[in-house]
Write a protein that binds this ligand. Structure first.
Ligand code: NAP
Length: 293
């Protein structure tokens, strides 16, 4: 089955490279064409699709990995007239469950399958092909493409009907916010206590408080390096989706404290010009708890 990948950003590029390396990818497309050109130069068995319309016409399996709901809807809308009956679109972006369900319904009307398949594991997981993937939609359709997915994901879990993958990703993003809060605050505390930060990360990372974020972002955070990774603006977008979900799940003015606090903190970082930094730049704010600046 001809396969294409749309969206060669921090996550899409390494995922597409894994598929290309396994001989499972024919075409790529990226909004800024220089990223697609660089990709095909590095992966000569893959071609740059001349347009989204042509990509839609010639591929039976299409991966998407774009920033947010509106971006995904735009891409699908452009492809809609040329998509072929039976095509499978698998979306690895993080968007709302509602958007996923709406797209699945629209595409189903023209005989196209849509799976919401957000991923977790960071850029490192994408590079290693070890992402965790949570999938909503038809299980039969998922089973057809599992052999391809094994090249990018070490764990593909079917969650249920359309939207279930994205609802599960919301769970992941709430947890990731809490972990970022805990790790950045604790490491700012360690720094203020004048501890050896390398040793703190080593010993705490071997105990009950060990976690992926401490392991992968602890050292860089304390060295004031905040290259993405996962951008503040994107996690802010995801927590907005969690907040909206919470409003639909609980009556009245109930809110999720970790989500609310992290939204405020990320907004502050974005206002200060750090939207494109990795989410570990929350450490910038935590350090201020220990200074008068
Ligand atoms: P990124 O590096 O900012 O890349 C975003 C990609 O989306 C780029 O290829 C961009 O094209 C494309 N795009 C944005 N708006 C578009 C539009 N309107 N039409 C077409 N293409 C558009 O972001 P990322 O980190 O790869 O994240 C991509 C998705 O994966 C997001 O939904 C994010 O929440 C999710 N995610 C990220 C991580 C992570 O650790 N980074 C982990 C799990 C999930 P251009 O190159 O032209 O800008």
């Amino acid at each position: 089955m001809n396969t294409a990948f749309i969206g060669l950003g921090a996550m899409g590029q390494p995922m597409a490279a894994k598929l290309a390396g396994a001989g499972c990818l024919q075409q790529v497309w990226n909004r800024s064409s220089e990223k697609a050109a660089a990709f095909v130069a590095a992966n000569p068995t893959v071609a740059m699709a001349p347009s989204l319309a042509e990509l839609a016409q010639h591929n039976q399996l299409i991966f998407t990995c774009v920033s947010a709901d509106d971006d995904l809807c735009e891409v699908i809308e452009v492809m809609l007239p040329t998509l072929q009956k039976g095509t499978i679109i698998i979306d690895t972006s993080t968007v709302s469950a509602t958007t996923s369900r709406d797209l699945a319904a629209t595409l189903s009307d023209i005989g196209v399958h849509f799976l919401d398949a957000p991923v977790s594991g960071g850029v490192e997981g994408a590079i290693n092909g070890s992402l965790s993937m949570m999938v909503g939609g038809s299980e039969d359709v998922l089973d057809k493409i599992r052999p391809t997915l094994q090249h990018i994901s070490a764990r593909v879990v079917y969650m249920g009907p359309s939207g279930s993958g994205q609802s599960t990703k919301a769970v992941n993003q709430i947890m990731a916010a809490g972990i970022n809060q805990a790790v950045s605050e604790a490491l700012a505390f360690a720094e203020a206590a004048d501890l050896d930060m390398e040793k703190v990360i080593e010993v705490v990372g071997g105990g009950a408080a060990a976690n992926w974020f401490l392991q992968h972002r602890g050292a860089t955070m304390t060295q004031q390096q905040f290259d993405p990774g996962f951008k503040v603006a994107l996690h802010h977008k995801d927590l907005g989706l969690c907040k909206a979900m919470m409003e639909s799940l609980a009556d009245g003015d109930k809110a999720l404290p970790i989500v609310e606090m992290t939204l405020l903190h990320y907004q502050r970082l974005m206002d200060e010009g750090y939207a494109e930094e990795d989410i570990s730049s929350l450490f910038r704010l935590k350090r201020r708890l220990f200074s008068d600046d």
